[in-house]
Ligand binder design. Sequence first.
Ligand SMILES: Nc1ncnc2c1ncn2[C@@H]1O[C@H](COP(=O)(O)OS(=O)(=O)O)[C@@H](OP(=O)(O)O)[C@H]1O
Ligand SMILES: [Mg+2]
Ligand SMILES: [Mg+2]
Ligand SMILES: [Mg+2]
Length: 357
Amino acid sequence: MSSNYAAELNVALLAVQRATQLTKSVFHQNAKGTLNKSDASPVTIGDFGAQALIISALQANFPNDEIVAEEEAKDLRENGKMKDLVWSLVQDAKLSDQGAEQTLGGTINGANKMLDIIDKGDSKGGSSGRIWAIDPIDGTKGFLRGGQYAVCLALMVDGDVKVGVLGCPNLPVSDSEPLREGIGADASDEEGKFGVLFSAVQGQGAQSRPLSKGGLAEAKTINMAPISNVSDATFCESVEAGHSSQGDAANIAQKLGITKPSVRMDSQAKYASIARGAGDLYLRLPVRKDYVEKIWDHAAGDLIVREAGGQVTDVEGQRLNFRLGRTLKENKGVIAAPKDVHSHVIQAVKEVLSAKQ
Ligand SMILES: Nc1ncnc2c1ncn2[C@@H]1O[C@H](COP(=O)(O)OS(=O)(=O)O)[C@@H](OP(=O)(O)O)[C@H]1O
Ligand SMILES: [Mg+2]
Ligand SMILES: [Mg+2]
Ligand SMILES: [Mg+2]
């Protein structure tokens, strides 16, 4: 049976759009209800709420699909006050378009049901069947800082990413705005200048549209910027030095003759930015040997960049392998670049990383 994934794309777009309503309301709130997880990374009421909303929409439409999501409800089960905060956010997050809300399956039936829904994202992942990957807020540290963040959703079928959606509330609507770290915690989005919904379906190209509070806005096709000389490239990297080696990135840039300063940006907004031609390369260079990347941090961005004319691999030039469970355990780092220059970039990456050993 062939599928163009139109229904999956529509549900994914609307689910992410609705979840960004919730994350934006937390973003404009002073208290973000932050907890530290066992790995010392932060999670907020926004992460929990967005995950609940997205899973409930997927369950309403595709009840047999599996789900790999970043968060679990344990901390909320132990903290009634936080549970109530998340529940009230989830009840308030509604798209103004009735048809869209209907598509998403209506409201969740109570706060305890919401916790069970959050815990439905515990699939082990793998290489067979339909599996969704959710990062309810990618770049939580950026989200807390007023930087970039992304609500991320991807559908994998038999280990291949078929549909990818990224909601980026703090990216400018215009593709030609200069790349920047964020909009600042107190910035207003009233004029509709910020907020973009990116998507791709395998074999169908990549698109973007402004985020809306109701139904889906009109989409346009996006492409990576044509680049003839890699020395003219702008590259994106993580803000957190603990997530990607900024020293290695500087050495790779030097080897490639790149003189423009890198743009540091949190989250999969990096993949989205290069896919729309705002920036050219995304370098994520391992800092620690023992860190394994998570599939929800890359699945949507990987497809969107490849469908916009790019190539995405690890630092050794291997494609990201989403078939191995919740992590990318056979890959180290990420190098995303326009197809024509990708092998040239990998060459420089290999030279710099092997010189370190
Ligand atoms: N040590 C280490 N190395 C690499 N990656 C790590 C590491 N620790 C955490 N993470 C994951 O990084 C995700 C955020 O990546 P970013 O590119 O947004 O990093 S940064 O915020 O710009 O620094 C972040 O995703 P979120 O938790 O969804 O924010 C983590 O999954
Ligand atoms: Mg996290
Ligand atoms: Mg993440
Ligand atoms: Mg996250």
